[in-house]
Write a protein that binds this ligand. Structure first.
Ligand SMILES: C[S@@+](CC[C@H](N)C(=O)[O-])C[C@H]1O[C@@H](n2cnc3c(N)ncnc32)[C@H](O)[C@@H]1O
Length: 258
């Protein structure tokens, strides 16, 4: 049985070796220089925390969080190949990490058992977009936090959209509707064997799903190159004109109402 959104899972199955190379050879400057530092800063001190790494891929973030003192990290991913890669990594520590082959919309975790949910570049859902937030709310302790890093729904444009000239190719209506982006990854000149599939919702729709699941958004960041990074490498000036990523911190609403 294929877990999760079938098209997404099949794509990651075909792309598993590609993805492992990109991560382990640190080939993606957007990840290594922008999103990872921003995520690290927002997560802050994680010593002693029980953490869910939702859509953990080959497990690099779980390993980093354990190295930084997390009590336990549960990684969950629908790709069997990536879960196997996480379990066979030399730094895998079964006493402090568990990797589950599962869908984030049906987590193999107890209610109120997690201090921090991190969804690092988990693709936007296709079949059950809101269910994952409801599941994250179920497993999170009332004192916990949820951190979501995704593509920016307002500014992220697929390659085909970037070159579209006519309004017939890309209209404003696409923003308010649901936009499906299907394209191969292209990182440092390496093109993925399969196209990834992502679904985009307007910011209003996206935040609406999060608040409907019982969360309040407490921080919003748009990871971007610093002035120093732009000076050191002018590549950023051409490749980072608008925010590509949206990083959100959310807490259970009930906590704010107490
Ligand atoms: C862009 S990769 C990010 C992986 C990892 N977080 C990282 O940053 O390297 C997205 C991951 O989400 C997983 N994924 C997609 N849909 C999922 C779902 N419904 N439940 C669990 N994992 C899912 C994919 O298999 C893939 O490993």
């Amino acid at each position: 049985m294929v877990l999760g959104d079938e098209r997404v899972t099949r794509a990651y199955t075909v792309n598993a070796d590609y993805w492992i190379t990109i991560i382990r050879d640190r080939l993606d400057p957007y990840q290594t220089q922008l999103t990872d530092p921003a995520l690290r800063e927002l997560i802050g001190d994680c010593r002693g925390l029980e953490i869910l790494d939702a859509g953990c891929g080959e497990g690099y973030l779980a390993r980093e969080l354990v190295a930084r003192g997390a009590a336990h990290v549960d990684g969950v991913d629908t790709s069997e190949e990536l879960i196997l890669a996480a379990r066979t990594h030399p730094d895998y520590r079964p006493d402090s990490m568990s990797f589950h082959h599962a869908d984030v919309a049906a987590l193999p975790l107890a209610d109120k058992s997690v201090d921090l949910v991190v969804a690092n570049r988990l693709p936007n859902g296709i079949s059950q977009p809101a269910q994952r937030y409801i599941e994250f709310a179920r497993v999170l302790k009332p004192s916990g936090r949820m951190i979501l890093l995704g593509m920016h729904p307002c500014f992220y444009a697929a390659r085909a959209e970037r070159t579209a000239t006519s309004t017939a190719d890309f209209t404003l209506d696409d923003y308010f509707g649901v936009r499906t982006v299907e394209q191969r990854f292209n990182v440092a000149g390496l093109v993925s064997p399969a196209a990834s599939v992502q679904q985009f919702y307007s910011l209003e729709h996206h935040i609406g799903m999060i608040t409907a699941a019982g969360f309040a958004v407490t921080d919003l960041r748009e990871p971007h190159p610093t002035k120093e990074q732009r000076q050191q490498n002018p590549w950023w000036n051409e490749n980072f004109v608008r925010p590509l990523f949206l990083l959100l911190e959310c807490v259970p609403l009930e906590r704010l109402r107490r």
